[in-house]
Design a protein around this ligand. Structure first.
Ligand SMILES: [Zn+2]
Length: 114
């Protein structure tokens, strides 16, 4: 790889450029790009949660996953991770609410049957 400042060839493991002393950043750029693409946007789960589970809780999940996609495109890793976590939380909330509602309904049915 090459120094971003002076263009000198640098060993792959070097932390600074041996010629000008510039800290080597080129190794961080691909890793940031990689971590950006690894931010889960949860869009499919959010849409499924909205359709099959709880619409009021699924909608914020879709909003946050759309924001995750937008922030990944903007290159904002921190913001994308936050939005991704928020989307995931709302998906969990909608799933848990539906599971509890179904359990509640089953318990009521069982009690009526006794
Ligand atoms: Zn240099």
């Amino acid at each position: 790889m090459y120094c971003t400042k002076c263009g000198a060839t640098i060993a792959n493991l070097a932390a600074i450029c041996p010629k000008c002393g510039m800290p080597v950043r080129s190794r961080r750029i691909p890793s940031t790009a990689k971590s950006l693409s690894s931010v889960p946007n949860h869009l499919v789960s959010a849409i499924l949660a909205t359709i099959f589970c709880c619409t009021p809780f699924g909608i914020p999940a879709i909003v946050f996953s759309a924001r995750t996609i937008a922030l990944v495109r903007a290159g904002d890793f921190e913001g994308a991770m936050r939005a991704s976590k928020n989307a995931y939380t709302w998906i969990l909330v909608s799933v848990v609410v539906v599971v509890l509602a179904v359990l509640f309904f089953l318990v009521i049915r069982l009690m009526q049957a006794l």
